[in-house]
Ligand binder design. Structure first.
Ligand SMILES: NC(=O)c1ccc[n+]([C@@H]2O[C@H](COP(=O)([O-])OP(=O)(O)OC[C@H]3O[C@@H](n4cnc5c(N)ncnc54)[C@H](OP(=O)(O)O)[C@@H]3O)[C@@H](O)[C@H]2O)c1
Length: 365
């Protein structure tokens, strides 16, 4: 029997939403049936840009959720709205694609988890790099024992997040953005968890965190533009641009992750995986499986080396999620899993206050 076509509501018609539209449109089992946003003009623009036929526009999210053709909601609004948007959609019985970061506090994450558990809906969080070809290659090699038993992982999110980003005005504030590790660095935390897990679809569970925050951009009213190689006036970041986090995982692996918004260079996302029989540095491999190896083996693939959302593998993420819904499987990247990544962010915040290592999972008090 043919699978039922699933109707999609895109909520928050901005930069990343266009990539969700493209991926759902290309998937043979889904169709975008509605777009909701703050402004009607943004809904219209995204529909025109992507040639969406028969799509209904809403500026009222509750009315959009009541659309009878909606099975899946893609939450593409700014991060401070993700918790309330997710809870409302779960209560309406919709499956959910949730953009990162999922929430601005541990309490919000707990409320989201409760709503999703109660509704029994499926979720996937946009840690979209899990579908990047280099990520897929490293993960498959680790699972295939190419580096032996993993004992250390490193990942860094090095990105001059600044006023070029449509979401910057909200995300640069302490109140709505919280921290650099939350707004952007969570991608690197998730990468560390992903590569610290030895199984093909397993992300390691963090049990302890220690972190420092610093840098130079907090409060600075200028920013570097690497395209023009010049400094220009800009509204300041209200939090530190550099965070360095140490993580202990329950399988004994140690992780070192940084987020760096102050870097004067193009975007980079370095990855290192150390095992007791080999090492992976980005797309370079040293492995006991190549006993005559004298130089690094370089894998020709697509690296996570662009910040442009059109470079991100949303198609892989969305195809995976639709399969999860059809086969009634939980995604390895569902809300419950993403909470473990985000808890590291909030543990780092606690560490800046207490200067003590923080145990995970966080206390629910
Ligand atoms: N996974 C990834 O790799 C990735 C990449 C980029 C972004 N993101 C994440 O995706 C989220 C959105 O980022 P973005 O870059 O797309 O930002 P964006 O371009 O600013 O888009 C956000 C959209 O949300 C809409 N919005 C704001 N407040 C709203 C409200 N109260 N009700 C309904 N709609 C509202 C705005 O719509 P109007 O135009 O109607 O005002 C805006 O177009 C962020 O959490 C970001 O971190 C993830």
């Amino acid at each position: 029997m043919a699978e039922k076509s699933l109707g999609v509501l895109i909520h928050g018609a901005g930069w990343v939403a266009g990539e969700h539209v493209k991926a759902f449109t290309a998937n043979p089992h889904t169709r975008v049936v509605a777009v909701s946003s703050r402004k009607l003009s943004s809904c219209q623009r995204i529909a025109e840009t992507h040639g969406l036929p028969d799509v209904t526009f809403f500026t009222d999210y509750d009315k959009a959720l009541a659309h009878p053709g909606v099975d899946i909601v893609s939450v593409c609004t700014p991060q401070h709205l993700h918790a309330e948007n997710t809870i409302a959609a779960a209560r309406a019985g919709k499956h959910l694609v949730i953009e990162k970061p999922i929430a601005n506090s541990p309490a919000e994450m707990r409320a989201m988890r409760e709503a999703v558990r109660k509704a029994g809906v499926k979720t996937v969080v946009s840690f979209v790099l899990r579908w990047n070809p280099l990520f897929e290659t490293i993960k498959a090699m680790v699972a295939d024992n190419a580096v032996g038993k993993v004992y250390g992982v490193e990942a860094d999110y090095q990105h001059d997040i600044a006023s070029w980003w449509t979401g910057f005005e909200d995300a640069r504030t302490k109140k709505l953005g919280i921290s650099a590790m939350l707004t952007g660095g969570c991608h690197a935390l998730d990468a560390a968890r992903w590569f610290a897990g030895q199984g093909r679809y397993e992300a390691a569970t963090p049990i302890e965190v220690f972190a420092y925050a610093g840098g130079y951009r907090k409060g600075l009213s200028e920013e570097f533009n690497y395209l023009t190689n010049s400094w220009q006036p800009a509204p300041p970041l209200e939090y530190d641009d550099l965070e360095m986090v140490m993580i202990r995982f329950d399988n004994g692996v140690l992780g070192k992750v940084s987020v760096n918004y102050g870097c004067v260079m193009p975007y980079m996302f370095p990855i290192e995986v150390f095992g007791d029989r080999g090492t992976i540095k980005d797309n370079r491999v040293w492995s006991h499986k190549f006993p005559g190896q004298k130089k690094w083996v370089e894998i020709p693939t697509i690296l996570p080396d662009s910040a442009d959302v059109s470079h991100h593998p949303f198609q892989g993420q969305i195809d995976h999620f639709v399969e999860c819904i059809h086969q009634n499987h939980e995604s390895h990247c569902n809300l419950e899993d993403a909470i473990k990544t985000h808890e590291i962010v909030f543990a780092a915040q606690e560490c800046y206050r207490t200067r003590q290592p923080v145990q995970l999972p966080l206390s629910e008090k």
